[in-house]
Design a protein around this ligand. Structure first.
Ligand SMILES: C[S@@+](CC[C@H](N)C(=O)[O-])C[C@H]1O[C@@H](n2cnc3c(N)ncnc32)[C@H](O)[C@@H]1O
Length: 268
């Protein structure tokens, strides 16, 4: 069993740090909205219209427009995973990774978790950092990483080589479908499921597929607070990302995770 109050107390500090860093790093999103409107309209824009820490997002949106003009976006393609790896090395993505790892590690340190499950692992930058923290704090909870892309086997092989002392299993799991039975057979409850930017690729229905596996969910997503779809939301739809609003997601999470629907939002 896990204790809700102990868990919420454990994540206070990493949540507070994340909130502060984001506030300092990204004050105003408006220039990005304006640039994304121009990119969507096919105008040639330079990335110096936004703050330096957001330049990579301008390049990312331009690349999405260029690639999806002639072909479908395919996450399983090694070239796409390679480009994403660069994005994931940007300071803002590092902040997301540090927050996820800080929160997951804080929960692990309470000693209440049986298995860790990651969805949409991709090239595994978050997992890399988490393995380093688990090693540092001598935490041996088994990890299951997963992705819909078969490249997950390669990521797992790399992580196992780097961390031979940790138990790392890998599965192909498309979160729009039920989890593989072999994965379910491996988990020991309580399960902490975490992710960074995967759930909206599965759509709202994916929440229902992951809920039966996860006792606790830690997620990093851009959930829209205004309900208004901006140009960048339309651009991201071209790579399979669904427009997720905070209100709708919260409702579905609330229904699916009856026990702790507010874990993710307690500092808002
Ligand atoms: C934006 S990347 C994030 C990768 C990694 N979590 C990170 O933060 O660096 C999205 C990942 O989700 C995976 N993905 C997309 N749709 C998925 C689905 N339906 N089921 C499982 N994984 C999916 C992609 O293959 C990709 O690795």
């Amino acid at each position: 069993m896990h204790n809700k109050d102990v868990l919420l107390e454990s994540i206070k500090q990493p949540m507070e740090q994340y909130y502060q860093t984001m506030k300092d790093m990204i004050g105003n999103w408006q220039p990005l909205v304006e640039v994304s409107e121009k990119i969507l309209a096919g105008e040639d824009v330079t990335n110096d219209r936004v703050a330096p820490q957001l330049h990579f997002l301008v390049d990312w949106m331009k690349l999405i427009m260029q690639v999806t003009r002639d072909a479908e976006w395919d996450w399983t393609k090694p070239e796409i995973q390679a480009v994403y790896k660069k994005i994931a090395d940007s300071p803002i993505y590092k902040t997301f990774a540090e927050a996820t790892v800080g929160i997951v590690t804080a929960i692990l340190k309470t000693g209440q978790i049986g298995t860790l499950v990651e969805i949409g692992t991709g090239p595994g930058q978050v997992t890399d950092k988490l393995c380093a923290e688990m090693t540092h704090y001598n935490i041996n909870v088994p990890i299951i990483i997963s992705d819909r892309s078969p490249g997950i086997a390669e990521t797992a092989e790399r992580l196992r080589k780097l961390n031979p002392h940790l138990m790392i299993a890998d599965f192909i799991w498309d979160i729009r479908k039920e989890p593989p039975s072999e994965l379910l057979a491996k988990v020991v409850k309580p399960v902490l499921l975490y992710e960074r930017f995967c759930i909206p690729y599965g759509g709202y229905d994916a929440i229902k597929s992951i809920a039966p596996v996860a006792d606790i969910l830690v997620m990093v997503e851009d959930l829209n607070l205004t309900g208004k779809k901006e140009a960048y939301d339309v651009i991201y739809e071209k790579i399979g990302l669904q427009f997720f609003t905070y209100v709708e997601a919260k409702k579905i999470f609330g229904e699916a995770f009856l026990t702790y629907p507010h874990l993710r939002y307690q500092n808002h």
